[in-house]
Design a protein around this ligand. Sequence first.
Ligand code: DX5
Ligand code: ZN
Length: 218
Amino acid sequence: MMNEIIISPSILSADFTEFGSAAQEIETSGAPWLHMDVMDGSFVPNLTFGSSLIRDIRKKTKVFLDVHLMIVQPGRYIRKFADAGADGITFHYEAEVHSQKYLAEIRGLGLKAGIAIVPSTPVSILEEVLPFVDLVLIMTVNPGFGGQTLIPECLEKVKKLVEIRQKSGLDFNISVDGGINETTAQKAKEAGANILVVGSAFFDCEDKKSLITKLKAC
Ligand code: DX5
Ligand code: ZN
């Protein structure tokens, strides 16, 4: 299986007073996706933004809005984020008892459905929900903040997930999120990830266009 390599810059690392221009920077860099980290201060020890920012960013860009919900009981908010203009919604397995129900709801709304797991959650636990997902997001840091260092063991989970995907004959994308830069992107792709979420490495970089090209190619 060869899924297309997709770079999804995370707006979390942008200047919070400049979200509109950050969205435009992401679009002009050539990145096809834009990652939005919604945090509730409960599931993760940080607070960010809600669906109104997604609604406003939707007006600024046509790129795929890749919404990552780091909130408890995310099922309560699926409809709100879909209405705001998300193209894909990914929520945490650890935060929702009724994952299958809400993955089906996301797909039913015509969006891409994703399930995410933190570093301490094994990929094997996802077996029953894999038929209902378009992507699995493997957190490669503990969620909550940008700018952390990738935990190498998490890439072993990516390899295990690739094996599970092969055995099951299912077709889903594998996303990695946290500590992705030119060096770790290469390792993540070798492990089998095809969606790379990039926060600080993107916003710290001057030449964003060539970074996107390099991340895709390296
Ligand atoms: C962290 C978020 C990430 C974050 C990644 O909890 O889920 O999407 O923006 O940022 P970097 O690339 O700086 O680790
Ligand atoms: Zn994220």
